[in-house]
Design a protein around this ligand. Structure first.
Ligand SMILES: Cc1cc2nc3c(=O)[nH]c(=O)nc-3n(C[C@H](O)[C@H](O)[C@H](O)COP(=O)(O)OP(=O)(O)OC[C@H]3O[C@@H](n4cnc5c(N)ncnc54)[C@H](O)[C@@H]3O)c2cc1C
Length: 489
């Protein structure tokens, strides 16, 4: 009898590293294969001329999920990384010259709201209370378990959830709820913004996603000492300590099956046998390239990819005290911005996000300089787009917006520049069409249409990561690995 001991993990993103660690901690013999020269996937970094930039994610929430992983594997997380809670989560700027700090401390936030928009205080409290209730209702069902097992649905918790399903507001858009709730359109815009945390559009995504505001405002936002990349570094160390065999520069060309069983993978000329294979590669890419022998699920093909991003990594000379760690310069025409993304275009006046990790990690930029990660939401890749023109135009639009708001000529102060567009994201991480979070959550059914964490017909074939259940973002990727490891155990 086989002991189901040999596991191969395809892809060393956050979820791939986490599942490799979990399987190794369960006593399995684990090999982790990564196509790129480095592990970590989207949680990468760039170092150029004394500047360090986090490549993709910049915001870290629910750190307890990372701690949970280390504890579950028998280690003390503090031996691997440290993180700090942010005092100001995001500094918001509007075109009319107004500005607001989203304090994590509730009393400070109240004071700021009384200054910024006194009439909105009660509505904000109401909104966050409702967001918390929705999170508490959905977390045990949608985030902690596989949606594709009967056991998830036949229990008291699920029954309770169904009784309260109306309160999830799945059939009303985020903007409909937020525009009705906040008299001040700037606050409706601020809370609409959370749709972008999973690459969705607030004018189409269900109001259920308002729960994301609870995570940031009540649970808090954090910063790992040394940068977001430290999360990947910590997971790499964990895998090494647990004896995972880790191979970089090892692109898997096919996941092999025989009848209704997985048998291993091929890497170049080599065939590696396995009892179980976990695919962390983007699910659409996986079905296109790694599993050509299996039919592609219709639900997967129909789904709209999440939005992508266009990022400028700028080493900037000078000091800009107006900027905090996370800064958002809103567009005046938010709905038009999302309409443009839906049509595959970049908007002329996009909302601009600026992340300056040097604020908390002084060595990220040389003396007298700052490292700016400047990002706008971008459409996923489609035929007919002219990215060279769009990048050139957007660069100028961003500069004009920031220069106007900060009152300085920034273009002359950029000493280092690197650009990442959707094609670059696809090339670096094999993400289908450069989508950041797999499929979007623009439909009330999105959560149910995401790929399950296992293949229904092929024994031993599992999936985890941001493009499968429960979705994208670092916390959800960690949950994905946790759900998958339970299914495998
Ligand atoms: C610009 C940007 C901003 C973001 N901002 C945030 C944020 O602020 N907060 C947040 O929580 N999340 C954010 N995210 C999302 C977050 O980064 C992802 O959801 C998460 O990192 C995905 O991890 P993953 O393990 O699913 O996959 P990935 O990181 O995509 O890793 C998949 C890995 O599989 C490898 N691979 C693919 N095919 C093969 C193959 N055939 N053989 C071997 N290896 C293969 C790839 O090389 C890659 O390393 C952001 C993402 C981006 C790009």
């Amino acid at each position: 009898m086989k002991n189901h001991n040999r596991v191969i993990v395809v892809g060393g993103g956050i979820a791939g590293l986490a599942i490799a660690a979990r399987c190794a901690a369960q006593g399995k013999q684990v090999t982790l294969l990564e196509a790129a020269p480095q592990f970590g996937g989207k949680v990468g970094e760039w170092r150029i001329d004394g500047f360090r930039f986090d490549l993709g994610p910049s915001l870290f929430t629910l750190p307890q999920l990372l701690d949970e992983l280390f504890h579950d594997c028998g280690f003390n997380p503090q031996d691997f990384y440290q993180y700090r809670k942010l005092e100001v989560v995001t500094r918001y700027f509007w075109e009319d010259g107004s500005q607001m700090d989203a304090w994590s401390d509730h009393q400070k936030l109240e004071k700021e709201l009384l200054r910024f928009s006194p009439d909105s205080l009660t509505s904000v409290k109401e909104h966050l209370k409702e967001a918390q209730a929705v999170y508490q209702l959905t977390e045990p069902l949608f985030l902690r378990r596989s949606l594709h097992k009967w056991s998830t649905w036949f229990n008291w918790q699920a029954f309770r959830g169904m009784l309260k399903a109306g309160s999830l507001r799945s059939f009303t858009s985020m903007n409909e709820v937020n525009a009705a709730r906040f008299k001040d359109p700037r606050l409706a815009q601020l809370f609409n913004r959370y749709a972008t945390y999973n690459g969705s559009d607030p004018y189409r995504a269900p109001a259920t996603l308002n729960l994301i505001a609870h995570l940031e405002h009540d649970e808090g936002a954090y910063y790992p000492v040394g940068g977001i990349r430290m999360i990947a570094e910590a997971l790499i160390s964990l895998c090494q300590r647990l004896g995972v065999t880790m191979k970089a520069n090892a692109p898997v060309s096919q996941i092999l099956t025989s009848g209704n069983r997985v048998t291993g993978v091929s890497v170049g000329e080599q065939v590696l046998e396995a009892d179980e294979v976990v695919c962390n590669a983007d699910i659409r890419t996986a079905y296109e390239k790694l599993l050509p022998q299996l039919p592609k699920p219709a639900s997967l093909i129909k789904q709209e990819p999440s939005s992508s991003a266009l990022i400028f990594y700028w080493g900037v000379k000078g000091h800009f005290p107006e900027l905090d760690l996370h800064n958002l310069f809103f567009s005046d025409a938010y709905q038009e911005e999302f309409q443009a993304l839906q049509e595959g275009r970049l908007f002329l006046d996009p909302s601009v996000y600026v992340y300056v990790s040097q604020r908390l990690n002084p060595t990220d930029a040389p003396e007298g300089c700052e490292n700016w990660f400047v990002m706008v939401n971008a459409p996923f890749l489609r035929p007919g787009q002219d990215w060279e023109r769009m990048k050139e135009q957007t660069r100028l639009n961003i500069l004009a917006k920031l220069e106007h708001r900060l009152g300085q000529r920034i273009r002359d102060k950029i000493v280092v520049e690197q650009v990442l567009d959707p094609a670059g994201i696809e090339q670096l991480t094999a993400s289908w069409r450069g989508a950041l979070y797999g499929s979007s959550s623009n439909s009330p059914w999105s959560a149910f249409l995401r790929q399950a964490n296992f293949h229904p017909k092929v024994k031993g074939l599992f999936f985890c990561g941001g493009s499968v259940h429960p979705g994208g973002g670092i916390p959800l990727c960690l949950l994905s690995a946790s759900i998958t490891s339970k299914l495998m155990h």
